[in-house]
Design a binder for this molecule. Structure first.
Ligand code: GTP
Ligand code: MG
Length: 358
């Protein structure tokens, strides 16, 4: 899973990237550069399972982030800058709210809604160009020969075009699974789920809950396939450089419940429809990422195709039950370990032991 971090120049994209991936990025070389890094999905249950099993290895789930150069209002330059985004599963748009005379604002003033809408428009225009080219092609083909598959595609693309002309990003439309298949080849940008990150000034750290309304962004929240998360980038950057004890102290001093990093990754997870399940044993305690609705046999395939192929059954226990029971046999004794077949739909927080042949 890869998420692209986008936004105007100097809004805090690289700062956010550093927090998420804990990568050291040199400030000077960082300006305008593209970075790729992996963020560990924070997961307290993995730490608790590790205390139970004392495994040789602990592996967290990860999300990959790509920090691209700042986008400007120059179409030609942007279409090149947008190219790497075609590969990502979701977008994170950093919106600058913090005010700092030392850091000039690319658009001249702070207005997060304007910035959000202008990038969305950019994504939509790029999609529209592609749609129009394809529609021309399809019209030519249809003149030669009427084919139902081509007509389907045409109907769908006309619906996409209409939405964009009404300034609705494609992510807000509903598609059938057949249409989704047709869509994959296009890699439309406005189809990507969108996480808007409000990068607040340090002075707003006590008022995260009301930040969305305060900055006039209600219009963005509650839309399909998108979410808004406020963070104080600079404070979070400070936090991420501290060890755990000092970090907890600083969080408390600011009155924060958890690091923004956790909220961001959780929001990304939800947006992408992802959940975690765990495997636990002495060799390794590990979190795995799957889409919500994945069956046991497909989840096995995430670990290894051999396990999927030779799947016999899954032994499943809720993570909190396993932790409370203290061991797998103890949980089994309490009747908390279930035997499930191939079609079982894996739930968030299941600990699974896959039985397989060979
Ligand atoms: N006051 C304040 N400054 C910040 C905050 N976040 C980032 N900055 C500053 O803004 C400047 C730009 O931050 P970056 O994270 O490099 O921004 P960017 O979006 O990656 O910039 P480009 O890659 O040049 O487009 C740096 O000098 C940061 O220290 C914040 O929350 N508050
Ligand atoms: Mg940068």
């Amino acid at each position: 899973m890869q998420t692209g971090i986008v936004g105007l120049p100097q809004v805090g994209k690289t700062t956010l990237f550093r927090i998420l991936t804990r990568t050291k990025v040199d400030e000077k070389s960082a300006r305008g550069a593209t970075h790729v890094g992996v963020a560990r999905v924070p997961e307290p249950r993995i730490d608790q399972l590790a205390e139970l099993y004392h495994p040789k290895k602990v592996t967290y789930a990860t999300v990959e982030y790509v920090d691209v150069a700042g986008l400007v209002s120059d179409r030609a330059r942007n279409s090149a800058a947008l190219a790497p985004l075609r590969e990502v599963d979701a977008l994170t748009h950093v919106l600058r709210v913090f005010d700092d005379p030392a850091v000039p604002h690319a658009a001249g003033s702070v207005d997060a809604l304007r910035d959000a809408e202008s990038l969305d428009l950019e994504l939509m225009l790029s999609d529209l160009e592609q749609i129009e080219r394809r529609l021309e092609r399809l019209a030519k083909d249809l003149k030669k020969k009427k084919e139902p598959a081509i007509e389907h595609e045409q109907t769908m693309l006309l619906r996409c075009k209409e939405a964009i002309e009404a300034e609705r990003p494609l992510r807000e439309l509903e598609f059938t699974s057949e249409e989704r298949k047709m869509l994959t080849g296009f890699m439309f940008l406005s189809l990507r789920p969108m996480l808007y990150v409000l990068n607040l000034g340090d002075n707003e750290v006590g008022e995260l809950d009301t930040a969305v309304a305060r900055h006039g962004l209600e219009k963005l929240s509650g839309r399909p396939q998108s979410a808004v998360v406020p963070v104080c980038g600079r404070i979070e950057a400070e936090l991420s450089e501290l060890d755990e004890a000092a970090g907890t102290e600083l969080l408390a001093a600011y009155g924060l419940k958890q690091p923004g990093l956790h909220r961001l990754i959780q929001a990304t997870y939800e947006l992408l429809g992802l959940i975690s399940f765990f495997t636990a044993g002495e060799p390794e305690v590990r979190a795995w990422t799957i889409r919500r609705g994945t069956t046991a046999v497909k989840a096995a395939g995430v670990i290894h195709t051999d396990i999927e192929r030779n799947f016999i059954r899954a032994e499943v226990v809720r993570c909190e039950d396993l932790l409370a029971a203290g061991s797998w046999p103890a949980a089994r004794e309490k009747g908390q370990v279930r035997l499930e077949g191939k079609e079982y739909v894996v739930q968030e927080g299941d600990v699974i032991l896959f039985r397989h042949a060979g």
